[in-house]
Design a protein around this ligand. Structure first.
Ligand SMILES: Nc1ncnc2c1ncn2[C@@H]1O[C@H](COP(=O)(O)OP(=O)(O)OP(=O)(O)O)[C@@H](O)[C@H]1O
Ligand SMILES: [Mg+2]
Length: 1046
């Protein structure tokens, strides 16, 4: 969005003097000073820009500033030269109006700088492109060239323009520069031969001697020492802050850009060198001709390609031609010097004019031009102690400019009033036309009189000229002279007798001698002809009147005449254009920054007619503004126009001013602008606006804060809703999961309760059933109670072998009684067993095994029940008798006993030691303890015993096993039950083997070597005590007779 600003914003003092209240010279100065102190060097008077020289570089000419002012309205931003340049350029480009920028002010006020700023601004904002850029560069670079040749250090300005310059920049329809034309006015050529104290000759002389390498010494034969040249002032030859050598490089570069060829540049510099050498030629009074200092003349002639004799002659004689008659007179020394200086001045000034012509050639527009912007940088009004012809001419020029300024300003003002339909009120102002008339009137004007005097035959001097003036101009209000007929100045001692004084618009100027001579500007024909004869490419062009073929007996036009004519052309040129004024003001005489000398500025304000300018500008209405920006600026002051006015802007402004009760005489409505009569009214509006803006700022702040808080609140609320939504989602899902879980828990709980209830119901049912039964069977219960109590009292002992049990009292308890006995016995046995140690348990397990194997199968068994199973009857590990045997057996001996081995042949027994280990059965000699046979249990197929009381048993070997070679063993032992039981248990504990079969039968077969012998048990009478006896009956029978009872 574009920010609308105004000149009225952030003003230091007032930016436009038209708004100054009260208006007086003092307040005017105070405002200028106030702004100058705040680095505001520009101030407006309407559309006129006052520029005060800051004498230091300010950061206000940057590319950013150019952009800031580009395409902005004149009053939109604070006063600036760029605003004026922009206004002029846009009006040229968009409205097809030729423009001129008129820059005036006294020497050192900043005119040249201002003209350069305008040109650089226009160059920056106009179109771009290779061709356009070249043109721009050429236009801009013409400045350093002209400054080098036309500027000099003066007491007022280190870079003072010693010529007037008007440059027309020509543009095409797009606003792109095409080229231009430069006009120059009256170069101060007297400076070439003589400079006032503290001043210098033109820069180029010093620049040439400081730079240009060897060319200076070898080609131009110059000495770098300034003091070697009469024409160079020595007291201020070196200017601090001015680098002549560097500037020379800049000038050469600029000449190249502008289009000077290398040989052209050299020619120009040769002429500059020739002028220096010319100044060194001296004449001696005694012998005029021979008295010429030849060395310099010679060098000069070499440079110019002239014959030395020709020049020598020209400096010695003067030829006057009249009516086909040539008269030659000899020049005296003074005349020779005069001729020399005249030649030097002419040579230089013609060279300067040629340079301008040459630059014009380069920047000449070949295409059809569309519009023109003229920039006038002319010397300002000058009042010196000694004011001569130059000052007279310069001040005349300024007088003309002032006239055109007043005319154009008034005309512009008037035109605007007409355009806007506002009634024009006559404005009182000083019209300087009368002064201009005093100078330029063709019949009795000073210049006309001077020409008349100069052309008059006979002796003509400044005195005769002054006499003439005294007769003719004596009555003029602005002419003052002691010798005039008017008695007014007879006693004015500030006015010498040989001078006259002109009352210019900007002050009184006392003019002294030198008029006639300077106006004549004589260069003896002999010299111009000598120059024409020169072989130098340039010099011939500069002195065309020296051509003998074109001898013109008419006198050349005088300097005054020429100047008047060129000023006339300039004025008519300017009048066709839209003027833009820059009035430069010099703040002090010291060329110093930050110093504002009141008296000096007051003087300038006075003679520049600035106060008059303000008065003209506000004669009718002080301030005017188009309706749209006016409404935009003040619409907040009225409710009806704020914030938007929907109708036409003019009506909006009317409503606004009516609402604000501004007196009607204070304003007038133009066609497109509102005109405000007094600055007071404008400031009243401004003040109101300022207050209103403060209120608006508060309102905006309030609304912004509210909006900010509300947005924050809404954001929070939105976030809160999101958070709440998410939380609710989370809570619901959690609740759902919990409910799901609790449902299951509840269900389980319910189930538990139901089950419990059911149990309770069942219990109730049972108890009630029981109770009913008790109710029904009470006598039975009494009997039972008695039965149980009796049983308790008569309980048998805890011995498992105690078979006693109380008698059953009632028949109906038969079943219970038997069952209780069984249960009691089992319980008692369990109690009994629980007391057993591990060893005892093993003994009982063996006994149990023995019972399983033999109970009710062998008659011997009952007698074995009470016999404890000792195992090691021989105490083999302790008895030294069996030590050898014990050592031979490497396993733990589980049983050791003496058995009888039954002889196969006769059936008689012979004692043997039998050892039983986990893996084998070992038979050893009873006496020696020598192992007779060791049978691995794995080789044992079975054991056979009889059903009777005997202790015989046969160890039957597996057929084919290694132990079966000798046949089965038939043995007898008192501990048969124990041996067989142990054997069976050991074999049963080996995982890989089947337990040994125990066959109990009274007849069984035994394998004795190759024969199978039947061992048969018969009951017999006891012989040999109670022991059984064995007898071989035949090959196939072995009979064992067992006593019937033990
Ligand atoms: N806008 C500016 N900013 C900074 N310095 C400035 C400005 N204007 C002028 N000056 C300084 O003042 C000096 C004199 O300015 P300038 O040469 O433009 O004066 P002038 O009016 O052309 O004088 P003259 O009539 O003698 O030619 C400049 O050399 C420069 O140092
Ligand atoms: Mg200047």
């Amino acid at each position: 969005m574009e920010v609308k600003t105004s000149l009225l914003d952030n003003m230091i003092g007032v930016g436009d003097m038209v708004l100054l209240e009260p208006l007086s010279e003092d307040t005017f100065l105070e405002n200028l000073k106030n702004r100058f102190d705040h680095n505001e060097i520009y101030t407006y008077i309407g559309s006129v820009v006052i520029s005060i020289n800051p004498y230091r570089s300010l950061p206000i000419y940057t590319p950013e500033k150019v952009e800031e002012y580009r395409n902005r309205n004149f009053y939109e931003l604070s006063p600036h030269i760029y605003a004026l340049a922009d206004e002029a350029y846009r009006s040229l480009r968009d409205q097809d109006k030729d423009q001129c920028i008129l820059i005036t002010g006294e020497s050192g006020a900043g005119k040249t700088e201002a003209s350069k700023l305008v040109m650089s601004y226009v160059a920056a904002v106009c179109g771009k492109g290779q061709e356009v850029n070249k043109v721009k560069e050429q236009l801009l670079q013409s400045n350093p060239v002209l400054e080098a040749f036309g500027n000099a250090k003066t007491v007022r300005n280190d870079n003072s323009s010693r010529f007037g310059k008007y440059m027309d920049i020509e543009f095409d329809f797009k606003g792109d520069p095409l080229g231009g034309v430069i006009s120059n006015y009256l170069l101060e050529k007297s400076r070439v031969v003589k400079q006032p104290r503290g001043e210098r000759n033109f820069h180029i002389f010093y620049q040439l001697l400081s730079g240009y390498g060897l060319v200076v010494t070898e080609k131009l034969k110059l000495d770098r020492d300034f003091s070697k040249y009469n024409y160079l002032s020595l007291d201020s030859a070196v200017v601090s802050g001015l680098d002549d050598a560097a500037n020379f490089r800049t000038v050469r570069n600029a000449m190249q850009i502008v289009g000077f060829m290398e040989d052209e540049m050299l020619s120009v510099l040769e002429l500059v060198a020739a002028v220096l050498k010319l100044g060194n030629i001296e004449f001696k009074p005694e012998s005029r001709c021979n008295g010429i200092d030849e060395s310099h003349l010679k060098e000069m002639c070499e440079l110019l390609g002239t014959e030395q004799s020709v020049l020598e002659r020209a400096f010695s004689y003067r030829t006057v031609e009249a009516k086909m008659e040539k008269v030659s007179t000899t020049l005296n020394v003074a005349q020779a010097y005069y001729a020399r200086d005249a030649l030097a001045k002419n040579l230089y000034s013609r060279l300067f004019s040629w340079l301008i012509t040459r630059i014009n050639e380069s920047i000449r527009v070949t295409k059809t031009r569309h519009k023109v912007m003229g920039v006038l940088d002319i010397y300002g009004f000058e009042i010196f102690e000694d004011n001569s012809f130059e000052q007279f001419i310069i001040n005349y020029c300024n007088e003309k400019l002032q006239q055109i300024f007043i005319e154009l300003t008034l005309r512009e003002e008037q035109e605007e009033y007409v355009r806007e339909g506002i009634e024009w009120t006559n404005i009182e102002y000083f019209n300087n036309a009368i002064i201009c008339d005093l100078i330029e009137n063709n019949q009795n004007g000073i210049l006309a009189m001077l020409d008349e005097e100069c052309l008059r035959p006979g002796t003509v001097t400044d005195e005769t000229f002054l006499d003439k003036l005294n007769t003719i101009c004596a009555e003029h209000q602005h002419f003052e002279s002691r010798l005039s007929k008017s008695s007014k100045f007879l006693t004015d001692h500030s006015l010498p007798h040989n001078c006259f004084r002109i009352q210019h618009y900007a002050g009184k100027v006392l003019v002294t001698a030198g008029f006639v001579d300077k106006n004549n500007d004589l260069l003896y024909r002999d010299l111009s002809q000598a120059m024409y004869k020169a072989n130098h490419s340039l010099i011939k062009q500069l002195f065309p009147e020296g051509n003998p073929a074109k001898v013109n007996l008419k006198r050349p036009p005088t300097a005054g005449f020429q100047f008047k004519a060129s000023v006339g052309t300039l004025m008519s040129n300017l009048q066709t254009k839209n003027p833009n004024y820059i009035r430069c003001v010099k703040p002090n005489d010291k060329k110093a920054s930050h110093i504002f000398t009141d008296s000096l500025v007051r003087h300038q304000v006075h003679y520049l007619g600035l106060m008059e300018n303000v008065r003209v500008r506000r004669a009718g209405y002080a301030f005017r503004q188009a309706y749209e920006p006016c409404l935009e600026r003040y619409k907040m002051l009225c409710k009806k126009t704020w914030p938007h006015w929907r109708g036409p802007a003019r009506e909006g402004v009317e409503v606004l001013l009516t609402d604000l009760q501004v007196p009607t005489e204070e304003f007038a409505y133009g066609r497109s602008k509102i005109f405000i009569r007094n600055p007071r009214t404008l400031f009243f509006l401004e003040e109101k606006r300022k207050r209103c803006l403060e209120d608006l700022a508060t309102l905006i702040q309030k609304i912004y804060r509210g909006w900010k808080c509300r947005s924050q609140f809404l954001l929070l609320k939105k976030s809160q809703i999101v958070v709440a939504a998410w939380y609710r989602r989370y809570a619901v899902s959690r609740f759902f999961v919990t409910a799901q879980n609790s449902k299951q828990t509840c269900a389980r709980k319910l189930l538990r309760e139901l089950k419990y209830q059911k149990k309770c119901e069942q219990a109730v049912t049972t108890i009630s059933a029981y109770w009913h039964e008790i109710q029904l069977n009470f006598p039975v219960f009494v009997q039972m109670q008695k039965y149980f109590l009796d049983l308790k009292r008569n309980m048998p002992s805890m011995s498992p072998i105690d078979k006693s049990w109380p008698a059953r009292p009632y028949l109906f308890l038969e079943g219970v009684h038997t069952e209780l006995k069984r249960i009691f016995h089992l319980w008692r046995c369990k109690k009994y067993r629980s007391q057993f140690t591990e060893d005892k348990k093993a003994v009982y397990e063996e006994k149990l095994k023995a019972s399983e194997l033999f109970k009710d199968k062998k008659a011997l068994y009952p007698s074995s029940v009470s016999q404890p199973f000792k195992g090691d009857y021989l105490e083999i590990s302790k008895n030294p008798k069996y030590q050898k045997l014990n050592n031979a057996v490497d396993e733990k001996v589980l049983l050791a006993d003496v058995v009888n081995k039954i002889n196969r042949a006769n059936g008689k027994g012979s004692p043997r030691l039998l050892l039983l280990t986990r893996r084998s059965v070992i038979l050893a000699d009873q006496k020696t303890g020598q192992v007779k046979a060791s049978v691995p249990l794995a080789d044992l197929a079975s054991v056979s015993v009889s059903t009777q009381m005997d202790g015989f048993f046969a160890l039957k070997l597996k057929e084919g096993s290694a132990s079966a070679v000798k046949g089965d063993f038939l043995l007898s032992s008192d501990h048969l039950i124990e041996i067989i039981t142990k054997l069976h248990r050991i074999s049963a504990s080996a995982a890989e083997r089947e337990p040994i079969n125990v066959d109990i039968s009274d007849e069984f077969l035994v394998q004795f070597k190759h024969d199978k012998v039947c061992v048969k048990f018969i009951q017999g009478s006891p012989k040999n005590g109670n022991s059984a006896s064995c007898k071989r009956k035949n090959n196939r029978l072995l009979e064992v007779s067992v006593p019937t009872s033990p």
